[in-house]
Design a protein around this ligand. Structure first.
Ligand code: ADP
Length: 569
């Protein structure tokens, strides 16, 4: 081959190599781009020689850029110089770990030990000046050509990924906690319900045998006590679950704080008497007593705290309820402190932080044999929160406890300036109620028998109807004012209590406005609201507390007298 041909051939080979090189670069670029789709920075280094093999590539708005060019700094030749340069962007507390991870000697040792993949995460300031969480990954290998250890390094921004992971972990933790709570709740409830139920069934069984009068009275008393315990557990459990479901709502009504406190005093007095407890009530420190609040819920708070104070105070002890003005409140509002204190067994400081959790009871209360489910204070805390109030406890074991509820309440507009002129609760003439005829609507035969007997004992005349349709028919057949009031169950076959009430209210007769009271096991606020919407005057919860029901019948009849021509009560 002539010299000329040789040159031509060499030129062709060079051309070919150039083309291959260009092709290789192109492929390298697309590989980098593919790698950088998932990472923000990428580079290759010669670990043995402490050199960059390729300049560092950086993803900027979807484009692959040269990192050093982008940062407007001279390109680093030595890898260790770059590591020293970049450390200022790492949190101070992470710098030792940073130096350790990027150390060349360590990377060499990792390769020798076969640990080819090295990962490290830390916070860093990125090329845009933002503080981000980065994951660095070094893949270690050996160059077939030179035998040098080389590393492909990637940095990935995992800030969002980490945030999502944290959120997922928190939801998982919450779901697990909810599961555990549900399980604990069910097993606690099962235990707490079975205990009084066991004694009810046990004593009832004993009563089927012949017993002397004294024993019968004792067993009946025990059944009543257990029944009341059962009722309090179920009510408290429903209350707590209802509130924790986030569906509980407060009602608003005019309320006289003195009357409310007097009412609770009356409720608590029998218990105080039974235990010979010196029970004091002091509301002399209230400036404004007429407020707008949810009186039932406020009553529940005070009642529950007083009930505990009585329970956990020995015979002959002292329990005191004080209501007084609290700190400053905005115009139209007033802040009140409701303080319940006793000189009872007290509460261990370690237990005080758990006292408002469900089912939490201190060992000494369990051991003292005092009945309790550990739900009362959970109910109190939920109501206080719902009312935007605050509750704290101070207590010393053996000395006593003090619970302070602080609440800001809206003041009623004072029409007469004279706050003492507050509406007094109407006085019900129970004698006058005797002989009044009630239509008792109830589909359950046992409930019907109990209600009928209880009402007859109060002197009422009772007609019965087994469902809403029969009640409507009875009303149609009766002459005007034949019935003085209707006691209406809600859930019934054929026609329920709501519909029956609606039909009665729409009857074209003079007494279609007669008192109708729901007597129902539906116990939530929304059930009470539904009864009122259907046209009922009030809602009495089952199991029937005859004193409450009698008072309700009397009150509604008195109120209705003003609106209709009902015969005088
Ligand atoms: P319980 O039904 O057990 O009384 P609570 O939720 O009302 O449930 O109270 C939780 C626990 O707090 C009680 O079991 C008792 O250990 C403690 N506790 C509450 N009030 C008092 C108090 N006034 N004195 C001493 N301990 C109390």
């Amino acid at each position: 081959m002539s010299e000329k041909d040789k040159i031509k051939q060499l030129e062709a080979e060079i051309e070919q190599l150039k083309w291959q090189l260009a092709y290789a670069h192109e492929r390298e670029d697309s590989y980098r781009k593919a790698i950088l789709q998932d990472s923000v920075t990428y580079f290759e280094i010669n670990v043995t020689k402490d050199e960059f093999i390729t300049s560092a590539a950086q993803m900027v708005n979807g484009e692959v850029r040269d990192l050093f060019e982008f940062l407007k700094i001279p390109p680093f030749k030595k890898y260790t110089d770059y590591v020293k340069y970049w450390i200022v962007n790492t949190d101070e507390k992470d710098r030792d770990r940073y130096n350790e991870f990027f150390d060349l000697e360590r990377l060499k040792k990792c390769y020798e030990k076969g640990k080819y993949e090295q990962i490290y995460e830390s916070h860093t300031i990125d090329v845009f000046g933002r503080r981000r969480l980065c994951r660095y990954c070094f893949l270690l290998g050996k160059s077939e050509l030179t035998g040098d250890i080389i590393a492909l390094a990637f940095a990935k921004d995992i800030t969002e990924e980490e945030e999502k992971r944290k959120i997922l972990q928190a939801s998982l933790r919450e779901a697990n906690a909810a599961n555990v709570a549900r399980h604990t709740f069910l097993s606690n409830m099962s235990h707490d319900i079975r205990t009084p139920l066991n004694s009810i069934l046990g004593f009832a069984e004993l009563l089927t045998k012949k017993q002397d009068e004294e024993t019968i009275a004792d067993y009946v008393d025990k059944i009543q006590v257990s029944g009341k315990q059962l009722l309090s557990i179920v009510s408290e459990a429903l209350d707590v679950t209802w509130m924790e479901s986030g569906r509980a709502a407060l009602s608003e009504a005019e309320c006289n704080l003195e009357n409310l406190v007097e009412k609770v005093k009356l409720q608590m007095s029998p218990e105080a008497l039974k235990k010979n407890i010196d029970f004091q009530v002091d509301y002399s420190g209230i400036t404004h007593k007429n407020v707008i609040t949810d009186p039932v819920r406020l009553n529940e708070i005070i009642y529950q705290l007083l009930d505990n104070a009585m329970k956990y105070t020995a015979e002959g002890g002292t329990v005191k309820l004080t209501v007084k003005d609290g700190a400053f409140a905005p115009r139209g509002y007033a802040t009140y402190d409701f303080i319940v204190e006793d000189n009872g067994i007290g509460i261990d400081p370690k237990f005080q932080s758990r006292i408002f959790e469900m089912f939490e009871r201190e060992n000494n209360s369990t051991a003292s044999g005092v009945f309790g489910s550990g739900l009362g204070l959970a109910v109190v805390r939920n109501i206080v929160n719902l009312m935007d109030g605050k509750i704290i406890v101070n207590s010393e074991p053996g000395k006593g406890s003090r619970f302070i509820v602080t609440m800001t309440l809206e003041l009623q507009e004072i029409v007469s300036r004279d706050e003492t002129a507050t509406t007094k609760e109407p006085v019900i003439d129970y004698e006058a109620l005797k002989g009044k005829r009630l239509l008792l609507v109830e589909d359950n035969a046992v409930n019907m028998k109990i209600a009928k007997a209880l009402l007859k004992n109060c002197g009422f005349e009772i007609d019965t109807a087994e469902n809403g349709q029969i009640a409507v028919d009875r009303m149609k057949e009766a002459k005007p004012y034949y019935y003085d009031a209707v006691l209406m169950d809600i859930q019934m076959p054929v026609l329920d209590g709501y519909e029956a009430t609606r039909q009665i209210r729409h009857m074209k007769r003079k007494d279609s406005n007669l008192p109708i009271i729901a007597v129902s096991a539906n116990a939530f606020a929304e059930d009470i609201e539904k009864s009122k919407l259907a046209g009922m005057d009030d809602h009495c919860m089952k199991p029937i507390d005859i004193k409450v029901l009698r008072e309700m019948i009397g009150r509604v009849m008195m109120e209705k007298k003003r609106m209709s021509n009902l015969p005088e009560v």
